[in-house]
Design a protein around this ligand. Structure first.
Ligand code: ATP
Length: 479
């Protein structure tokens, strides 16, 4: 098995080779930190999206979904605090001109210390960094970087600028004539589309607190250190849910959603040991409690989802800036108030990377006679891009006709793939490589007794089943 750095590289290559993820506009050498999803990647992404949407709306009686526009009134971002606060402390190396996020530079050193087994030193450094970030002590952060003798990975020198804040929002012009144009932003999070629609949804949906509004959509951030494939992109998708509650109940609901979201993750079949909670020390400008759900990627434990207790910060500010009341009348206690909010916010692309990392398996199948191996993506069947491959053993003797009939019956129920080229072994391996959980082979016996061979991706076991059973066997695994 490849080591973890190699494994990550192998996942990137595999994703490209098998039509999951391509660099954006690759014929022009790509665009940094922007990626396109190919034929199988887009299916995988959509399946994850549908699964999240179903668990967060259909299966919750008090959560509804919306689909707000990417462009929003510029005042939104003033009210939300993004114009003033949505920035990261950055530092530039004067020699190489390369820019770094300060926390990333120090975190890399913490990881080194952990690898060297110096756990106490790593913890102490983490605490010191958290303190300096919390106090926005920029000279202190610079001194820490210098004291640690951290070097630029490109130029190899420690010739650093001052630490500065850098806003992450992209802006563009609205309006066709330049005099009329006004600056607007590409939304850096989907949450604000939910907040500005809070009253619309509450009133038209006759929603009673506690209730939630969910949304899936694109967000844009001008990430300075954009790296690690689709982990950190400049254009990405978020799946967010804002849960509106009575003030004073935020602690219980925060705990509730922490546990509920972790259960969702475990429901993907990923072992508990691959997850951990990380509580925030430096809280964002809107939060009174916050944590991340981290997954152990091949490059270490990193955030996949954030759970934030956002207080009434957003609604209160929108009320102030828009001069529109954001209040809710709670008939149970006969009181008007601005609701508090618990947010669950998960990156769709990071979830794709998590599911890919978990699924990617290299297996050595060598025998004393022959070297052999396979790469198999062990996706949960409900997330797999293709559920069933239908493979006639040969291109003649009426086998394709039977296979086509099976295709006709199954293709309206789940994604199928038909292929008659190449040896059956090669076709199985190609299906393993895109994570197809079931293959059926139509052979000469099928003509006699209406049975086929079903081959299971993970165990590679094969058994004979009746053609009439195929759809129900597959459907059972997709629940
Ligand atoms: P990070 O600390 O990694 O920059 P964040 O704490 O700023 O992330 P949030 O604002 O909490 O992230 O956004 C919620 C989720 O959106 C994250 O948990 C992550 O899954 C996803 N996300 C955020 N930024 C990006 C990005 N640049 N590319 C891909 N996904 C992202």
């Amino acid at each position: 098995m490849a080591n973890d750095t190699n494994k990550f590289q192998a996942i990137i290559s595999h994703s490209k080779e098998y039509g999951f993820i391509f660099p954006s506009s690759e014929i022009y050498d790509g665009l940094s930190a922007v990626y396109d999803y190919g034929q199988w990647g887009s299916e995988l992404k959509k399946n994850i999206k549908d699964h999240w949407w179903k668990s967060m709306t259909q299966l919750q009686e008090n959560i509804v979904g919306i689909d707000a526009a990417i462009f929003m009134h510029p005042m939104t971002w003033k009210a939300s605090g993004h114009v003033d606060n949505f920035s990261d402390p950055m530092i530039d190396n004067k020699d190489s001109k390369k820019r770094y996020r300060v926390d990333h530079l120090i975190e890399a050193r913490i990881e080194e210390l952990e690898k060297e087994g110096k756990k106490a030193d790593a913890d102490a450094l983490q605490t010191e960094m958290d303190r300096l970030l919390k106090e926005s002590d920029f000279p202190g952060l610079k001194k820490l970087i210098e004291d640690l003798k951290i070097k630029c990975s490109v130029g190899g020198t420690s010739n650093w600028t001052e630490v500065r804040q850098f806003n992450l929002m992209f802006s563009t012009q609205l309006g066709s004539v330049s005099e009329e144009a006004s600056e607007i932003y590409l939304r850096p999070e989907t949450a604000q589309g939910i907040f500005v629609n809070f009253l619309n949804v509450q009133k038209t949906g006759r929603m009673k607190i506690p209730f939630g509004i969910a949304q899936i959509g694109k967000a844009f951030r001008n990430e300075i250190v954009a790296r690690q494939f689709i982990f950190r992109m400049r254009e990405f998708e978020q799946m967010e849910m804002q849960f509106f509650i009575r003030p004073g109940t935020q602690k219980e609901w925060y705990e509730h959603w922490k546990q509920a979201r972790m259960q969702w993750h475990l429901g993907l079949g990923i072992p508990e040991a691959k997850y951990r909670f990380h509580d925030h020390v430096k809280l964002a400008h809107y939060a009174d409690a916050a944590c991340d759900i981290e997954y152990e990627f091949p490059f270490g434990f990193k955030e996949v989802e954030g759970i934030h207790s956002r207080t009434d910060f957003d609604l209160k500010n929108h009320q102030e800036y828009s001069k529109k009341k954001m209040q809710y009348f709670d008939s149970e206690i006969n009181q008007n108030y601005i609701p508090y909010v618990i947010e669950t916010s998960i990156g769709l692309d990071r979830t794709v990377l998590m599911v890919l990392s978990e699924a990617y398996t290299e297996e050595d199948l060598s025998t004393p006679e022959k070297q052999d191996g396979r790469v198999v993506l062990k996706f949960p069947p409900k997330l797999a891009p293709v559920k069933l491959a239908i493979l006639p053993l040969t291109k003649k003797d009426g086998l394709p006709e039977i296979a086509r009939e099976i295709m006709e019956v199954c293709k309206s129920q789940f994604r199928c793939f038909y292929e008659e080229k190449d040896t059956i072994g090669r076709r199985y391996r190609r299906m393993d490589a895109i994570g197809t959980p079931f293959c059926i082979t139509v052979d000469h016996q099928s003509k006699e007794d209406q049975t086929v061979t079903i081959r299971y991706r993970d165990s590679m076991a094969q058994e004979r089943i009746a053609i009439s059973e195929i759809a129900s066997i597959v459907n059972k695994q997709l629940m």
